[in-house]
Ligand binder design. Structure first.
Ligand SMILES: Cc1cc2nc3c(=O)[nH]c(=O)nc-3n(C[C@H](O)[C@H](O)[C@H](O)COP(=O)(O)OP(=O)(O)OC[C@H]3O[C@@H](n4cnc5c(N)ncnc54)[C@H](O)[C@@H]3O)c2cc1C
Length: 395
């Protein structure tokens, strides 16, 4: 494995060699993938160098210092954070060759088709159905909350291929062409006034069996790889100390503190300091977890970062709104009704969007269940439907 110093040297050489294309997204990121500097914890030949996840911060820091603006989370958050590691573990060589590089460059946007109207936390119980027809599957059902489905080329589809076995054993996982006949994407507007996510209706959609990831009936195991990676991705990037939203709180405090009366100032000083410390603890914990992670699949420990970051984000954004006083209640007039996440540019928009943090990628209650059972070894949640065939579960 490369040391951080060697990696820094290698990245600096890469920057020098590619100076002419530093602001060309597809060309630069293609070259970055070929050099193994895209997802450094992936093996050589697949966009990485067999390093650990934490070392990506070394590379990204040097790219950023040289003016490279592209960020994985803005370009293709689900494809890079979840699709690529799932393909790495379960995809055929042909699928890896076809998709990994294009996912990283952002030429292919991916989405995650797991949640259904009746099943979110209990996603293993989903009723959408794939029926085999020769070398193909015919899929019918409805997905919901599908982030970025409206701009996606491919989706990670979890669906039921056998209803006569217990719910976790009858699922299969496919790569779905989002432009295939029978795939219909409809917008879902959020309280920010934007529709970055969607309902997806699947009507007699045909998928070739070669697009299945993992064994037939083993889709739950593949889905766990996606979900574990989602939790790590949602734990936050490798931002430097005191940057990002916490910097906004600190600068707002510096701007407003003199206008506060003496008692308020003491209370706010404590609150700002406590939030800064909490943010730093989460940042360091996530950095340590990433430094320990090599390869495509993080363990259940990833839920620590997801739980802590999501709860923290809500508290931090609440403090930013409150410290503005009455002004904090103002929101941009009207609703943009766009299909992007423009609202993240404003304080009120970030506050509204932060309410979703403890739901997306698994709710905080589910994170606590995972940590209790799989990390701390405490007694499990009550489950009465895991041993009977899915078709016999009372509903
Ligand atoms: C912004 C956003 C983006 C999303 N993007 C996607 C996406 O791209 N693809 C996708 O497939 N899904 C996506 N989702 C869906 C998300 O994964 C689900 O909303 C989430 O898993 C919760 O499921 P649910 O909404 O059906 O709530 P439910 O599962 O019905 O939960 C309702 C409440 O019950 C609690 N609860 C449920 N079960 C338990 C239990 N066993 N123990 C304790 N409490 C429990 C929950 O914590 C919650 O408070 C997104 C959601 C949001 C908010």
């Amino acid at each position: 494995m490369y040391s951080d110093q060697d990696l820094a040297k290698f990245t600096e050489e890469f920057v020098e060699e590619n100076r002419a294309i530093l602001d060309d997204q597809f060309a630069l990121r293609g070259a970055q993938f070929d050099a193994g500097l895209a997802m450094v914890h992936f093996p050589e030949g697949y966009g990485g160098l067999g390093g650990n996840r934490g070392q990506q911060a070394v590379i990204d820091g040097i790219l950023r210092a040289n003016g490279v603006q592209f960020e994985d989370l803005r370009i293709n958050p689900i494809g890079i954070g979840m699709g690529a590691p799932t393909l790495l573990m379960y995809g055929s060589e042909e699928l890896k060759e076809k998709h990994l590089r294009r996912i990283f460059t952002g030429e292919e946007i991916w989405c995650q088709l797991f949640s259904e109207p009746t099943h979110g936390s209990d996603v293993a119980g989903i009723p959408s159905r794939a029926i085999r027809d020769g070398d193909e599957w015919i899929v019918n059902g409805q997905k919901v909350w599908t982030t970025l489905a409206h701009v996606s080329s491919y989706g990670m589809l979890l669906t039921r291929t056998d209803p006569e076995v217990p719910k976790h054993k009858g699922l299969s996982y496919f790569v779905l062409d989002m432009h295939a006949p029978g795939v219909e994407v409809r917008p879902l507007f959020q309280m920010t006034g934007e529709a970055e996510f969607n309902e997806v209706f699947l009507t007699d959609v045909r998928i070739h069996d070669s697009l299945r990831l993992g064994e037939e009936g083993n889709g739950w195991k593949v889905a766990i790889t996606t979900l574990m990676n989602e939790r790590v991705a949602l734990s936050g990037g490798a931002a430097p100390r005191g940057s990002g939203p916490i910097r906004d709180l600190v600068s707002l405090w510096e701007e407003r503190r003199d206008a506060l009366d003496a008692d308020e100032r003491i209370l706010w000083r404590d609150r700002v300091a406590a939030l800064w410390i909490e943010g730093e603890i989460i940042r360091l914990t996530n950095a340590r977890a990433k430094a320990a992670a090599v390869g495509g699949s993080p363990g259940p420990e990833g839920s620590v970062g997801k739980l802590a970051s999501a709860e923290f984000s809500k508290r931090l954004n609440e403090a930013i709104v409150e410290l503005q006083g009455a002004e904090g209640m103002l929101h941009e007039p009207g609703y943009p009704m766009t299909r992007s996440s423009e609202s993240m540019r404003t304080r009120s928009g970030r506050f509204l969007r932060s309410r979703a943090n403890t739901i997306e990628g698994g709710t905080s209650e589910i994170m606590r269940n995972i940590l209790a059972e799989r990390v701390l070894g405490l007694p499990g949640d009550v489950r009465v439907d895991t041993a009977i065939p899915w078709s016999e579960i009372p509903r």
